[in-house]
Design a binder for this molecule. Structure first.
Ligand code: RET
Length: 242
C-alpha cells in the first residue's frame, strides 16, 4: 500500500470525518442534479464553482477519515494530531466561495484579486500556524492569519457590498444573505482553532473540535450552495443584467 506522508492514526473523531465525507458527497450530487439542464453560460459558472467546492471537500474529508490527511506535530514534548488536509481543502475552496460571492456582486478584477489574495494568505499562514512547533509561534501565525481574515471581511462589507448595491434588488438581497452567512461562519474558524487542540490551551478536545469544523464546513459549503443555487430566477437576473 502507498504510505501517506508522516502518518498518524485517526481516533474516534473519525465518525465526524465520515459524516463530513457523506455530507459533502450528497451536496455535490444535489448540485450536479440541479445543474443539469442549465444552459445559460453565466448561470453555469455558479454551478461549476459550487460543485468544485463540495467535490474538493468530499475528497479531503475522505482523506482525513482514512488517515491520509493527518500528521503529528511535536510541540515541546506533546504530540499534536494535525489534520493537514483541512488546509489543502480550504486553500482551494475558500477562494471559490469568494468567487461565487464576487460574481453575484458584479465585482471587478481588482476586488476579486484582493479578496482571493487575502484569503490564500490567510489559509497559508494558518497552515504554518498548525505545523509550527512552539506555542508562541503557533499563536503568532494564528494572529497573522486572523489579521488577514479581518481585512478580507472588511473588503466584503465595504467594496463588495457597494458593488452589490448596483445590482437588481433581488440579486442584492441574495448577496446580502450569503454575505452575512459568510461573516458569521468564517469568524468561528479561528475561534474553534484557538480553543481546539491546535491552540494548545486544551479547552476543546479533538473529538469536539472535529465535530465543530464538520458542522462549519457543511454549513459554509453545502448550506451556502443551497441558498445560492436555490433561486433560479435570481441567478437569471445575474445572467441578464438590466
Ligand atoms: C484558521 C487558523 C488560523 C486563523 C484563521 C483561520 C481561518 C480559517 C477560515 C476558514 C474557512 C473555511 C471555510 C471552509 C469551507 O467550508 C486557518 C482556522 C483566521 C476562515 C469557509
Amino acid at each position: 500500500a502507498l504510505a501517506p506522508p508522516m502518518a498518524a492514526t485517526v481516533g474516534p473523531e473519525s465518525i465526524w470525518l465520515w459524516i463530513g465525507t457523506i455530507g459533502m458527497t450528497l451536496g455535490t450530487l444535489y448540485f450536479v442534479g440541479r445543474g443539469r439542464g442549465v444552459r445559460d453560460r453565466k448561470m453555469q459558472e455558479f454551478y461549476i464553482i459550487t460543485i468544485f467546492i463540495t467535490t474538493i471537500a468530499a475528497a479531503m474529508y475522505f482523506a482525513m477519515a482514512t488517515g491520509f490527511g493527518v500528521t503529528e506535530v511535536m510541540v515541546g514534548d506533546e504530540a499534536l494530531t494535525i489534520y493537514w488536509a483541512r488546509y489543502a481543502d480550504w486553500l482551494f475552496t475558500t477562494p471559490l466561495l469568494l468567487l461565487d460571492l464576487s460574481l453575484l456582486a458584479g465585482a471587478n478584477r481588482n476586488t476579486i484579486a484582493t479578496l482571493i489574495g487575502l484569503d490564500v494568505f490567510m489559509i497559508g499562514t494558518g497552515a504554518i500556524a498548525a505545523l509550527s512547533s512552539t506555542p508562541g509561534t503557533r499563536i503568532a501565525w494564528w494572529a497573522i492569519s486572523t489579521g488577514a481574515l479581518l481585512a478580507l471581511l472588511y473588503v466584503l462589507v465595504g467594496t463588495l457590498s457597494e458593488n452589490a448595491r448596483n445590482r437588481a434588488p433581488e440579486v442584492a438581497s441574495l448577496f446580502g444573505r450569503l454575505r452575512n452567512l459568510v461573516i458569521a461562519l468564517w469568524f468561528l474558524y479561528p475561534v474553534v482553532w484557538i480553543l481546539g487542540t491546535e491552540g494548545t490551551f486544551g479547552i476543546l478536545p479533538l473529538y469536539w473540535e472535529t465535530a465543530a469544523f464538520m458542522v462549519l464546513d457543511l454549513s459554509a459549503k453545502v448550506g451556502f450552495g443551497v441558498i445560492l443555487l436555490q433561486s433560479r430566477s435570481v441567478l437569471e437576473r445575474v445572467a441578464t443584467p438590466t
